[in-house]
Each structure stands twice: as C-alpha cells, then as structure tokens.
Ligand binder design. Structure first.
Ligand code: PMP
Length: 456
C-alpha cells in the first residue's frame, strides 16, 4: 500500500468505502481517526477530541490500555486461533469470570457482535421450548424505540422503524410493545402518576397472542441507544413477574448497559431481577476486539444437558469466542476489578447527573435522563407542547461540541423527525475535570446554537 497523506486518505475513502449512517456528500468529510490516548482520539490532520461516546458505546477503558494489547499479543503467540467446537483456556476462564460478574449460574455461548448474541438468544429460546415439547412457542416480544442489532432477527426485534424499513421483510415472529417513555408517555400519563401500563401491556399482548405461542421477551434494562429511556423503578420487576406467570423467557440485552456502564456490573442488577438469558458485547473487551456472549441460566440449560442430537446447539461460527478476544476480555474485566471502575462509573454518573441538572432550565431542553454513566438530553422546540427540536438544531449542537473538541452522540427517530436526543456515554477512565469539561461544552453549545438563531 502506498504511503499517503491525509488528503489522499479521504479521497481513497470516498473512492472505496461506504459508511453506515453517513450522508454521501462531498461537504461531509469523515474524520480519519489515527491515534487514541486515554479518552481522546486524534485525527490524521492533528485534531484532538475528547470522546464522550466511547467510540460506539464501548471503549469504557479508553484508548491506551497497553495491557490489553499485551494480553492480545501473548495469546496470539501462544495459540492464535481454534474454534469452540473444542475448547480453550481463555474461553473457559472468561466464562467463569462472566458468571462472577453475573452473580449467578449461567452457561456461556460466544459469538462476534451484539447482534449475533441476540440472534443466539432467540434460537436458544425457541430450541428450549422445542425441547420442552412446546414447539408453538416461537414469538418474541420487544419494544418500540429499542435497538437489538442489524441482522434479520435482531433487526426484526429492533423497534426503530428508520433502521428497518428499507430491508423488510425481516424475520417473522417479532412483536413490539410501547417503551417506558416517561416524558412522552404512550398512555398519556404524567411521570410518576401511572399504574405502569407500559409494563402491564406485555401481559395484554401475551394474552392476545395466546401465551402458548410466546417464547420470550427481549429487553434492555434501559433503552440506551434508542434515547436513554429510563423506566420507573418497579417496571422490570413487573415485567419479570409477567414472564414468570406465563412461562415466557426473559432475555436481557446488556450490550450497552453491561460491564459497569450503569454503575453495577450489569444493568439489570439495579432492579433486583434475574434474567433467563443475558446478551453482552461492546464493553466486554472495552471495544478492543470483537466478541459477544449469550448467557443462559443454568436451570434452563438442564433441558439441553443430555446427548440426544436434538439437544445440540446448532449455532456454529468461525470466530465466536476467539481466544485472543477472550484473553483481552479477561484482562478488561481484571482491570475494571483492580481499579474499581464499576464504582467509579457510578460515581461519575452521579456527578454527571448533578452537573447536567441546571440544563433543565434551558428553553430547548425538554428532559434529562440518566442511567449510571449514560445520559440523554431531549431537545425540544417548545417545552409546553414538547414538539421535538428540529434535526438541524440537534445537528448544530453536536457540530458546536465538535468544534470545541468534544464528541457526543444523538438518537431519535429520523422518519418521524424525532432526531432530537443528545447522548453522553464517556469512558470510565475520565477525570473529574474531563467530565466537567464535557458538561461545560454541552451547555455552551446548546446556548450558542440558540443564540445563533438556528430554528429549534
Ligand atoms: N443491542 C444493543 C442494545 C445495542 O446497542 C447494539 C449496538 N449498538 C446491539 C445490540 C448490536 O450490537 P453490534 O453492533 O455489536 O451488533
């Protein structure tokens, strides 16, 4: 490959690559990211940014953990690859460690992405009911606004229309219930003054569909990427009770909420529930290598604990549980344990919440939502009507933050023009000062965008 300067890299990118969720326009130049250090990234042209999104919600330990690179290199030299149709030490040791983090007894299946971990969970739920002699239980209930991945099943589970409508028909058998959106309650209630209709809705759908046809629900502890929708405290317990009542398995998607993001090892642990299946990815290696896992409660696994061919796991993949990725995951979890980073995430999350609170008074800030070190800022044109801020306003705030050296994210619903939720998901290794700086920049950027008269 030729040595090329920054300009030609962009040209080559334009010539050869197609990026997700990026407009194909000459005016929109992608950042050519060259270097990472702590929570900062530097581009080929020398701009440095504080990454308040941890890449894509995953680089929880920041960009310069040398010991992760060493763990990868040691494993690569020792035994670079073998499939998990047999077994290997990093895979076994990681499975043991995941059980400690899950605080329960689970059986682990590895794969390569959050999407695939969810696909595995759907297969296991259906295979479980096949084994139990209830083959008609194959429906899976998810939520509007939730995101569960990009593959035909995980996308079918996703409740964000803008991501799926170009690719339909997707996998059949997925249903959706309304999200616990306490700001725009789908049932018209005020936050805190409801009977948790959004949780009870599961029961109605299960009954309408006939319980004997429903295999599982899939749920994030908090809808994270979809806009940081934090449910009422009782919500997950209520959903767990409904699942128990109808024999429906509860799959908890911890792809973003897991590995400390919520201030607990896993997001669901904040709500005192035990999932039947847990899916995880992203933070498992702090984003350093692709790896995901699906954990099945040991008691459920009992039905597969025999040699009949029907009990075999049919989901085979080449790279799932790659030994190098497993070695990096073990090291990631060790670093978090040694440096008490789950507690640190909880502490930083509390600080973030306190510091963002005054923003609630801003003319265009409709709602502030938090879950550990994860925040959503919902921008509105009008606080009274809750009309969402325009995509131009939200984009201008993000551009202003970038100008000031801080990268933040956004989410919403581009089809209905609800693309108005700013997201913050910084790495756990940031200092108090860096956290202050992120908040200051976000506040200044919202103020500047308003002053400039961008139509909200
Ligand atoms: N589940 C959730 C909650 C996610 O946020 C994501 C990705 N953002 C996925 C699943 C899919 O993960 P991946 O992109 O690794 O396939």
């Amino acid at each position: 490959i030729r040595a090329v300067g920054k300009e030609s890299l962009v040209e080559l990118d334009r010539q050869y690559m197609w990026h997700p969720m990026m407009p194909y326009s000459a005016s929109q130049q992608p950042m050519v990211v060259a270097h990472g250090e702590g929570p900062y990234i530097t581009t080929e042209d020398g701009n440095r940014y504080l990454d308040a999104m941890s890449g894509l919600w995953c680089v929880n330990l920041g960009y310069s953990q040398k010991s992760l690179a060493e763990a990868a290199s040691e494993q690569m030299l020792e035994m670079p690859y073998y499939p998990l149709t047999h077994t290997h030490k990093p895979g076994i040791r990681l499975a043991e460690k995941l059980n400690q983090w899950l605080q329960g007894s689970y059986r682990i299946v590895y794969s390569n992405s959050g999407s695939e971990a969810n696909e595995v969970s759907f297969k296991i739920a259906r295979q479980y009911y096949e084994q139990m002699g209830e083959p008609n239980r194959w429906k899976i209930i998810a939520r509007y606004r939730g995101y569960h991945g990009n593959t035909m099943g995980a996308l079918a589970a996703t409740g964000q229309f803008q991501r799926k409508y170009k690719y339909e028909p997707l996998a059949p058998g997925f249903l959706h219930v309304p999200p616990p959106d306490c700001y725009r309650c789908p049932f018209g209630h005020q936050a805190g003054l409801c009977q948790h209709e959004c949780a009870n809705y599961y029961e109605q759908v299960i009954n309408w569909e006939i319980p004997e046809t429903v295999a599982a629900i899939i749920i994030e502890p908090v809808i994270s990427g979809g806009g940081v929708f934090v449910p009422p405290p009782e919500y997950l317990q209520r959903v767990r009770e409904i699942c128990n009542r109808y024999g429906v398995l509860m799959i908890v998607d911890e792809v973003i909420c897991g590995f400390g993001r919520s201030g607990q090892p896993f997001g669901h642990q904040n709500y005192g529930i035990t999932p039947d299946i847990v899916t995880m990815a992203k933070g498992i290696t702090s984003g350093y290598l692709p790896l995901s896992a699906t954990a099945i409660r040991d008691e459920l696994f009992d039905v597969f604990r025999h040699d009949s061919e029907y009990a075999h796991l049919r989901h085979v993949n080449t790279f799932g549980g790659h030994p190098v990725a497993c070695a990096v995951a073990i090291k990631t979890l060790e670093i978090m344990e040694e440096e008490h980073l789950v507690d640190r995430a909880a502490q930083l999350g509390q600080q973030l919440k306190t510091k963002l609170t005054p923003l609630a008074n801003h003319l265009h800030v409709g709602d502030l939502r938090h879950f550990g070190l994860l925040a959503g800022i919902e921008l509105v044109a009008d606080k009274e009507t809750k009309a969402p801020a325009s995509p131009e306003f939200t984009a201008a705030v993000i551009a202003e933050c970038k100008k000031r050296g801080v990268l933040i994210g956004k989410n919403g619903d581009t089809v209905r023009n609800f693309n108005n939720i700013l997201t913050l998901c910084p790495p756990f290794i940031i200092t108090d000062d860096e956290l202050d700086h992120i908040v200051t920049v976000v506040k200044e950027s919202i103020a500047k965008t308003t002053e400039q008269g961008v139509t909200a």
